[in-house]
Design a protein around this ligand. Structure first.
Ligand SMILES: [Zn+2]
Length: 167
């Protein structure tokens, strides 16, 4: 199932969740993000020397104004851009729009790496939307005709997820 929620829908469902449920979703997001960065760092020649830098920035947007267009502007150098990354500082929450060249020279992050992280974030986002959608629609294991045998040990993270009612 592919579920894409609008920002309004997402906020509405999130507002119905308990603090524990919201924290759990945030944990999933953060741990999956670190796994993406770790796997990038392990790749030889990926340009990720220090995961430290990447832990300070997140890539929440990657936009293309289309062939032959330069509709975007780099906040650092003011240059017109076809491709624009939206970078958020995880320490201050400050959002910056930046082009590929400045991304490399200012942050030392190759645009290929930023793109991979953005794509990873995007897929995490879709997974979380699917969870929220299921929660909103009262999905549960019984509906899917899945029976958990007695004494079967669930993965602790799945078990926690079930206990929180995010089924
Ligand atoms: Zn620039």
């Amino acid at each position: 199932m592919n579920v894409v929620l609008s920002d309004e829908e997402r906020l509405l469902i999130l507002s119905k969740l308990s603090t524990a449920q919201r924290e759990f979703l945030e944990q999933i997001r953060v741990s999956r993000r670190s796994r993406i960065i770790e796997s990038l760092a392990k790749k030889r020649g990926s340009g990720v020397d220090s995961t430290k830098t990447l832990e300070q920035w997140d890539f929440v947007g990657y936009d293309d104004s289309g062939f032959g267009n330069r509709h975007f502007k780099c906040d650092h150098c003011g240059m017109s851009l076809r491709y624009r990354f939206t970078v958020v500082s995880l320490t201050s929450g400050e959002k910056t729009h930046i082009g590929r060249d400045c991304l490399e020279s200012f942050y030392g992050i190759p645009s290929s790496v930023a793109e991979a992280i953005y794509r990873g974030n995007h897929s995490i986002h879709l997974d979380l939307d699917e969870l929220l959608y299921k929660f909103e629609n009262g999905w549960n294991l019984e509906d899917e005709h899945i029976k958990i045998p007695d004494g079967f040990r669930l993965d602790p993270s799945i078990e926690r997820h079930l206990n929180l009612g995010l089924r």
